[in-house]
Design a protein around this ligand. Structure first.
Ligand code: CMP
Length: 147
């Protein structure tokens, strides 16, 4: 059965002009891009999105980085979307990905643990939360629905 996941191209991905490469890779891998929006996240939105990391020492750096420029947020759909998108982007630390997963998106577009170019939901549950965090729910006619 089809799943949906949330993908985000982070500020260094947009600044580095990796968008076309990343979106072509997404489409060539069989995902449908159901929705997308480019946003400049403010501090509160970034903190809400990354709430699960709020107690971590890297949290202030993460919020500074993710609010440093626009991000491109997408809803991706395919069978096994959550784990397949995680496989495609590779390990969190882009500097390690360059060694262990050289063809992954993070290896090709990212820099290090913080500047890792893209985000992917880590579970079906997080995907549902993250998608509804950024996108209003719509029915099959594309109309907004309350729940
Ligand atoms: P992402 O997949 O968007 O989810 C949380 C982000 O926090 C992660 O990618 C990294 O960019 C960042 N992150 C995770 N661990 C660390 C760390 N130890 N130091 C700095 N940033 C981190």
């Amino acid at each position: 059965t089809k799943e949906r996941t949330l993908a985000m191209i982070k500020p260094d991905g947009l600044v580095g002009n990796h968008t076309n490469f990343i979106q072509n890779t997404i489409l060539a891998s069989g995902f449908t891009i159901l929705n997308q929006i480019t946003l400049q996240l403010d501090q509160d939105t970034a903190k809400g999105f990354y709430a699960e990391h709020s107690s971590r020492t890297f949290f202030p750096n993460l919020i500074n980085y993710i609010t440093s420029g626009p991000v491109l947020i997408m809803v991706l759909e395919k069978v096994n979307a959550v784990s397949d998108w995680r496989s495609l982007i590779g390990p969190t630390d882009a500097s390690k990905a360059k060694v262990t997963h050289p063809h992954s998106i993070r290896a090709m577009c990212g820099v290090n643990l913080e500047r890792n170019c893209v985000h992917g939901s880590d579970s079906i549950k997080s995907a549902a939360r993250e998608i509804s965090f950024f996108f209003k729910k719509t029915n099959s006619a594309g109309e907004n629905v309350s729940e």
